[in-house]
Ligand binder design. Structure first.
Ligand SMILES: [Zn+2]
Length: 65
């Protein structure tokens, strides 16, 4: 009945990860994804996300009239 393995999605890449003893880096799918989440990977690549969210949030200023 409860043979279904618990499965989660890797927070970094979204890849399904089986939650068991073999998944050393759970909830991450790999060490790489774990490092990415910790920021170490990003630091190594010097890949800084653009400061200031550039999402299109112009829509709700329209509603304020
Ligand atoms: Zn991953």
């Amino acid at each position: 009945m409860s043979d279904t393995p618990l499965q989660v999605n890797c927070p970094t890449c979204g890849k399904p990860v089986i939650w068991n003893e073999q998944s050393t880096y759970r909830p991450f799918c790999s060490k790489r994804c774990q490092l990415i989440d910790l920021g170490e990977w990003a630091d190594e690549e010097k890949r800084i996300p653009s400061s200031g969210d550039q999402s299109d949030s112009d829509e709700w200023s329209e509603e304020e009239k």
